[in-house]
Design a protein around this ligand. Structure first.
Ligand code: CP
Length: 326
């Protein structure tokens, strides 16, 4: 197995099966620290730099919380418009990271352009963690989700997945790549063009990803409505279909947001009547109306556990890439 020390975490396409289990093993070791709300001194000599070119609640703050839990330091920006990358100079990724690499020991970057963290990794002398890039990937979120499944179900292999939402989303691409390493059939349910409103985009899995998934032997199929696939699913992962364009730096909420059609929505009634009694429901959040609030209290929901594991997973990744554990 390749060492994680000094390694960039850009994509799950290049993650091998035993590397997933190594990350999960370290996350489990980190769990008591986070659960007991303790801070330790494992990374006391290290600094995390956050470079966020798009809004985030979970990804940036979970990385920052993870660094604090491990006794490390944090610097960076959450609003790139207040840096030289976002003003008159439009400073390049190269010039920006050639500065940031001296301000810390690892950089977590979110960007509206697919491939921006990979571009940063070409120039930086410290590891780059992809915190979500345009319609590209979101590897740390899906590592979190798989670890949540492992902790909640006791295994990953042999579980059937249903993924619902906009398949252009970065989480869905990382999910597809990750499941190529496990015995996990998956059904994707997403709106075709015009399904939400006249002129709404095709949100089905892009051909380039489907070709990759076939190449890596992912057992996947597509369905039109959640009702066609929910009865078989052990893990239901939902993302919004009503959402901003992830290739934009930032978008204000529009006044005329449409509602999520039933085909892409997981309601309490659907869970009660059609889902397996012991299925689990994940959502990386933020959400619109695709999971109504009354689902939160049901036995299927696991998104708050997912939020907690978001911290333990980032603790594991930071400890690994910074060489605090081998
Ligand atoms: N799940 C996720 O990426 O959330 P944020 O956009 O808040 O980071």
């Amino acid at each position: 197995m390749r060492s994680f020390a000094g390694r960039d975490i850009l994509s799950l396409k290049d993650f091998e099966r035993q590397e997933f289990f190594r990350v999960f093993e370290i996350a489990e070791r980190m769990e008591p620290i986070a659960r007991n709300r303790r801070n330790v001194d494992m990374l006391k000599d290290k600094t995390l730099v956050t470079a966020f070119y798009q809004p985030s609640t979970r990804t940036r703050l979970a990385h920052e919380a993870a660094m604090h839990r491990l006794g490390g330091h944090v610097t960076g920006f959450a609003d790139f418009k207040m840096t030289r990358a976002g003003d008159w100079y439009q400073e390049s990724i190269k010039d920006t990271v050639k500065m940031l690499e001296f301000y810390g020991d690892v950089i977590v970057m979110r960007h509206f352009q697919k491939g921006a963290p990979a571009e940063a990794a070409k120039w930086a002398s410290v590891p780059i963690i992809n915190g979500g890039d345009g319609w590209g990937e979101h590897p740390t979120q899906i590592l979190t989700d798989l670890y949540t499944v492992l902790r909640e179900k006791g295994r990953i292999d042999g579980l059937k997945w249903l993924a619902v939402g906009d398949m252009r989303m970065r989480t869905m691409h990382s999910l597809g790549y990750a499941l190529t390493q496990f015995d996990c059939p998956i059904t994707f349910v997403a709106p075709p063009a015009d399904a939400l409103f006249p002129g709404s985009p095709d949100m089905r899995m892009p051909e380039e990803y489907k070709a990759d998934f076939r190449q890596y032997s992912l057992n996947f199929r597509e369905a039109e409505h959640v009702e066609q696939a929910i009865a078989d699913a052990d893990v239901i992962l939902v993302e919004p279909v009503i959402q901003p364009d992830y290739t934009q730096a930032r978008q204000e909420a529009s006044k005329d947001r449409s509602l999520t059609p039933a085909a892409y929505k997981i309601t309490r009634e659907l869970l009660e009547t059609k889902a397996k009694s012991d299925a689990i429901l994940l959502h990386s959040l933020p959400r619109m109306d695709e999971i109504p609030l009354d689902v939160d209290i049901t036995r299927w929901s696991r998104y708050w556990q997912e939020a907690f594991q978001g911290v333990t997973m980032r603790m594991a990744l930071l400890a690994l890439v910074l060489g605090a554990v081998e």
